[in-house]
Design a protein. Structure first.
Length: 198
């Protein structure tokens, strides 16, 4: 009887093990859309290919949108840097000694900064204005103002700014910065100024 029970338990155990192995995982097929149930394999493959194509187009559209946004941000940053350069150029003036058009060390330093902006932004064009104080004749001051503007122009050319991107003009004594008649005012009026054309 003991043998029968042992055999029965072994048989039962073997059966359970076989039953357990038989319940392995089966591949689950994706549910079929009822609207596609009647389609042939070829039609389903074509439909799946169309879905893949649409997904690729969607991804390409999304990438294009992201690239356009990146370029817009880059343009905005460039415009900000350009405006900062223009502001920096136009706020600068260089000054001259009485009856002189010789560049000082400070003037050369200012012109160096202007040249760096001009080389960084190739679309900028510059007008260099020469000015004088009120002493001397109008004709003499127009000629001196031109020599002052030309001194700045030639130094910028030496620094690598293309000559066809700059022009000079002399206002002589016509546009004083400080309209007083004293040494401090005259020192401010003997100058070259810079205007940017874009």
């Amino acid at each position: 009887m003991k043998n029968k029970t042992t055999v029965l338990l072994v048989t039962l155990l073997a059966f359970m093990m076989l039953a357990g192995f038989g319940c392995g995982k089966r591949a689950v097929e994706a549910p079929v859309d009822p609207a596609e149930a009647h389609l042939t394999e070829e039609e389903r493959a074509r439909l799946e290919e169309e879905r893949r194509r649409q997904e690729l187009e969607r991804q390409a559209l999304e990438e294009r949108k992201l690239e356009e946004e990146r370029l817009a941000r880059e343009r905005e940053r460039t415009e900000v840097r350009l405006q900062e350069a223009v502001d920096e150029i136009t706020k600068n003036r260089i000054h001259f000694a009485f009856d002189s058009y010789e560049l000082t060390a400070d003037s050369r330093s200012t012109l160096q900064k202007i040249s760096e902006h001009m080389k960084r932004f190739n679309n900028l064009r510059l007008v260099i204005e020469g000015h004088c104080d009120e002493r001397g004749t109008a004709e003499y001051n127009l000629a001196l103002g031109e020599r002052r503007a030309r001194a700045a122009y030639e130094f910028l050319v030496l620094l690598g700014v293309s000559s066809d991107r700059m022009q000079i003009i002399s206002y002589g004594e016509e546009r004083p910065l400080v309209p007083e008649s004293n040494e401090a005012a005259w020192a401010q009026n003997r100058r070259a100024e810079f205007k940017v054309l874009q």
